[in-house]
Design a protein around this ligand. Structure first.
Ligand SMILES: Cc1cc2nc3c(=O)[nH]c(=O)nc-3n(C[C@H](O)[C@H](O)[C@H](O)COP(=O)(O)O)c2cc1C
Length: 180
């Protein structure tokens, strides 16, 4: 099973990216997770640049989404909202078939950011028929370095939380495949 883990933060020392990296390392062998943390490289969406005019970097991103069985998103809150880079990436996907039935779940690296989470849940419910809101992994990591996060997440308590979360997501993905 292949999963794409999208970070809403392009920051080098991002706690959300570090959490996704830990999730990818802890994943059982049956689940392969690629972390993508460069949504800042996508140009600003315009409907005029869809179809034949889709920029190569966007096309590559869309193909990465198409190639996986599911997507995990972890994002900070910026000004009580979804960071522009993440919303822009979703805007590029919205008219595409690749996103319509894509299984999606959220993780979150902060105890704050509920306005962003509410909005992102609304957006994901709109773009995908398989956004699993009931699966949510939240671990407060604000102020921690990526190195500290890597060590902390490999503790038995977090490893088992992350593994259980991933297995539940894999179960939902398998149910979607059975329904196809
Ligand atoms: C431009 C900007 C705006 C922010 N706005 C909010 C906000 O409205 N509410 C909040 O709780 N945190 C806000 N923050 C803090 C980030 O959400 C928080 O530090 C987050 O954990 C950073 O995630 P990262 O480590 O993955 O980059 C903001 C940070 C930045 C850079």
């Amino acid at each position: 099973m292949k999963i794409l883990a999208l970070s809403g933060s392009a920051r080098e020392a991002s706690t959300n990216t570090a959490l996704l990296r830990a999730v990818s390392e802890i994943a059982p062998h049956s689940i392969e997770i690629d972390v993508f943390h460069q949504l800042n490289l996508l140009p600003v969406f315009s409907p005029d640049n869809e179809g034949d005019k889709t920029p190569v970097v966007v096309q590559n991103f869309i193909e990465a989404v198409a190639a996986v069985d599911g997507v995990i998103i972890s994002s900070p809150e910026y000004i009580r909202a979804i960071p522009g880079g993440l919303k822009n990436a979703i805007d590029w996907l919205v008219s595409r078939i690749e996103i319509i039935d894509k299984p999606i779940v959220l993780v979150h690296a902060s105890s704050r950011g509920d306005d962003m989470l509410d909005s992102l849940r609304r957006v994901l419910t709109t773009v995908s028929a398989n956004f699993f809101e009931h699966l949510f992994l939240r671990i407060s990591l604000i102020g921690k370095t990526p190195e500290e996060i890597a060590v902390l997440m490999h503790s038995p308590e977090y490893e088992s939380q992350i593994t259980a979360f991933l297995l539940s997501f894999a179960e939902e993905i398998n149910k979607c495949k059975e329904d196809d």
